[in-house]
Design a protein around this ligand. Structure first.
Ligand code: ADP
Length: 468
């Protein structure tokens, strides 16, 4: 098997030269055939004229013998066409007249009427072209034949074909060199891109490929590659930030557990004090557990490993369940937590995941609303969608913060949120949970006037399938 050249340049050039060679060979063959046909056509025309001339010179004597009248004219013809054979035969094929220029001709096998052209060889191998026609002088049927050597025609033909065949490799060589230079030039940006791409590592993701001509195919490739790099860089950056933020958030409760434990151990104390210490440690451990749960949810969601078990779910009972889970916290702060709305509102969702989102929103309402305030959950059916609104009478959120609160680890007031125990992961989980179901979440709030988080979900589907 022929080894495949490694460089695209060489392969392109070989293909180019191969295809061009094929085209040129076809061209040479076609041109030669046309040339040969034209030369022979010219010869045939001349021979036909000569047949007519000879026919005009034929006379029958009174005794029935054949005379070639005006011998001088026939002689002229012979001097003008020294390569020509003139032959007249009778109906039986017997030669009545012949000049001996070309020697013996092939036996006649001509048709009855009109001109007959044929090619043949003489005894010495000379190629000839022979044109003949049946002719009558008086009542005598005759066959007039004129032949000419085809050797000059073949020599001319061979010369032209030889010139073309000698020119062919030279032409191919020039075309090949030109093609190689062109391929090298055209592919030079690919080399440049490959060199630059080799330098790109996880630490140097900011590097980009050179885009020489953004409108051609290579420019397009480089742009697409650069876009991919930009996305990759963004994902790496996000991952880096996530890891750093997560470690930071994990360290805080761990440090608290350690210091509470160390302090507790340093001073000899009674069982009541130890209970306090253990209580504080358990509180921090609970916070740690919630944080790890949130982190797990987020990383599994990112990896697309959370499967949604969607079903048509009544939303009011789901909102009541969510409220019941955090009701105790509202009670502790003396807040009023109410759930109301359309009994018929439903959504085609995974109930566990949507319930978690509602818990996060209600929990935020409780956390960021002062004691004695209220938190209201309102469920509403609106045609194709169902809406759950969680509003509160709390601190509210400044307009410039409202776009950021759905970012991971973002907290409006770090200290305020820390006291409440949030790590800035509650709302990102809400957004993921809602968007995973094809819904949307939006916030309306003003500082000092409370907040309202509105979750829109696709309405529950009633199965209309029928089996027959
Ligand atoms: P956290 O766990 O800190 O509560 P979230 O992602 O749930 O994190 O919320 C992000 C930030 O948005 C919170 O730190 C808080 O400052 C603000 N926020 C969320 N919900 C409310 C609300 N109902 N009222 C006022 N501020 C809120």
């Amino acid at each position: 098997m022929i080894p495949r050249p490694r460089s695209v340049r060489t392969r392109l050039t070989l293909w180019y030269v191969g295809v061009l060679g094929g085209v040129l060979v076809l061209f040479v063959a076609g041109t030669s055939a046309v040339l040969f046909w034209t030369l022979r056509h010219q010869l045939d025309r001349r021979l036909r004229e000569d047949v007519e001339t000879v026919e005009g010179l034929l006379r029958l004597g009174p005794d029935g013998t054949l005379h070639v009248g005006q011998e001088a004219r026939a002689g002229d013809m012979r001097t003008q066409r020294p390569q020509e054979l003139i032959e007249v035969r009778d109906a039986q094929g017997a030669v009545l007249y012949r000049n001996e220029v070309l020697g013996g001709t092939p036996a006649p096998d001509e048709g009855v009427n009109g001109y007959t052209e044929r090619s043949g060889r003489l005894g010495d191998g000379t190629r000839i072209r022979l044109v003949s026609r049946r002719h009558s002088v008086g009542a005598r049927a005759l066959l007039v034949r004129v032949a000419h050597s085809e050797e000059p025609l073949w020599n001319e033909f061979r010369r032209v074909v030889l010139v073309m065949l000698l020119g062919l490799p030279a032409g191919l060589l020039v075309a090949g060199l030109g093609g190689y230079a062109l391929a090298r030039r055209a592919l030079a940006p690919v080399d440049a891109m490959a060199c630059r791409a080799e330098e790109i590592t996880a630490e140097r993701l900011h590097a980009r490929l050179p885009v020489e001509n953004p409108d051609d195919e290579l420019g397009h490739l480089a742009r697409v590659f650069n876009d991919t790099l930009a996305r990759l860089e963004g994902s790496f950056e996000q991952l880096r930030r996530f890891t750093a933020d997560a470690s930071h958030e994990l360290r805080t409760p761990l440090t608290a557990i350690r210091s509470v434990g160390e302090v507790g151990l340093q001073q000899p104390a009674g069982s009541v004090d130890y209970r306090d210490v253990i209580g504080s440690m358990l509180e921090e451990a609970g916070r740690l557990t919630r944080l790890v749960d949130s982190l797990l949810t987020i990383s599994r969601a990112d990896a697309g490993r959370i499967e949604l078990h969607r079903a048509s779910t009544p939303l009011l009972p789901l909102a009541r369940e969510a409220a019941a889970l955090v009701e105790v916290l509202a009670d502790e702060k003396g807040q009023q937590l109410t759930v109301e709305g359309d009994e018929g509102a439903s959504a085609f969702v995974d109930p566990l995941i949507v319930r978690q989102a509602l818990v996060n929103l209600i929990d935020n309402g409780i956390k960021y609303t002062p004691a004695g305030g209220w938190i209201r959950v309102c469920v509403e059916a609106r045609g194709n969608e169902s809406v759950v609104e969680v509003s509160d009478s709390g601190a509210g959120i400044a307009v410039e913060e409202q776009g950021k609160i759905f970012e991971r680890f973002y907290r409006v007031e770090q200290s305020r949120s820390r006291e409440g125990g949030g790590a800035g992961l509650g709302l990102p989980i809400v957004r993921w949970a809602v968007e995973a179901h094809g819904g949307a979440v939006e916030v309306k709030s003003r500082p000092g006037q409370g907040s309202a988080f509105r979750v829109k979900l696709p309405a529950g589907q009633v199965c209309a399938c029928r089996t027959s």
